[in-house]
Design a protein. Sequence first.
Length: 336
Amino acid sequence: MILVTGGAGYIGSHTCVELLNAGHEIVVLDNFANSSRTSLERVRQICRKPFAVVEGDIRDQAVLEKTLKDFGCTAVIHFAGLKAVLDSVKSPLDYYDNNIIGTHRLLRAMRTRGVKRIIFSSSATVYGDPKFLPYTEDHPLNPVNPYGRTKLVVEEMLRDLVASDSTWSVGILRYFNPIGAHESGLIGEDPKGVPNNLLPFVAQVAVGRRDRLNVWGSDYDTPDGTGVRDYIHVVDLAQGHVAALKTIDQAGCFAVNLGTGRGNSVLEVVKAFEQASGKSIPYELRPRRSGDVASCYAATDRAAKYLGGWRAARDIETMCRDHWRWQSQNPKGYDG
C-alpha cells in the first residue's frame, strides 16, 4: 500500500492514476486546501478501481501515524505542500510551516511506524540561476526564493536522515515545468485564483476566462527573445514516480531531474496552444520580471539510469492538445 500525500492535487491525481494502472494499492491523504475532492472521484472514474481517502493535514503527526498503521503502508509518495513562487515571497512563514515542518512530521511518523521508503516531490527551483545548461543534478544548489529554499531544506533533511540510518530508501525527483492533462480530459490543472504558471493562464485565455496573456520579457538571449523552459507532460512525470518506486526498493538516496531535456520559448508554447485549440491567444509583451532567467532545461541521462530507462515521451503539441481538452471540457475547472 502506497500513501500518497497531496494526492488530490494536479501532479498527485495523475500519479494516482498511473499507480493504480500499474497495479499498486494506494491511500490518499489531503487537506483539500488547494485541491478538489472531485479530482479523486475522476481518478476512480478513469481507473475503475477503489482506493481510500483520508482528509488530514501533513502537519498532524497523529493522523499520519494512524493512516500508515491502519492501511499497512510500505512506502510514501510525498506531494503535499505549497508551491507558488510569488506566494512564497509574500508569505514565507506559511511555506516554511507547511513544506518543512509538514515533511518533518511525516518523516517522524514514518520512522515510528517503520516505513522507510519515500519519494519526494522536489523542484528545479533548488538550482537557482543557471551556472551552466542543461542543469545536471550536480549543478550548485542555490534557490533564490522561499519556495525553492523549502524544497532544498527538505532535500537536505532527507540526505541527513539516510546518512544517519542506512536502511532508509529515498528518491528525490526535481520537476521542471509540468503541463498537459490526462488524455480523458477528466483531470487536469485547476489553480486557485490567478494562475502562476504559463499553460493554465494560456488555457484560461483560450476558454475566455482571461482577456490576454502577459509575456514577461522579450529581449532575452533566446531564439525569439522570450524565456525558454523545459515543459514536461504531467503523465510522463507521473510515470516517472511509478518507475522511482522500483528504484527505492534499494536502500540509499538519489536525486534526479524529471524533464524532457529540451526547452520551448513562451511564444512557441503560445503558437502550439493556438494550433491545438483553434483559438487565438492575444498577448502583450511586457518588461522582464525580477528573478526570471532566460533559459532553463534539464539534463536527463541520470533519470534514465536510475529510473530503469524512463524518459519523457510526449512532445509539446501533445501537451497542449491534452491541456486544451481538459480546459475546454472543464472551463471552470472542477467547479464546472
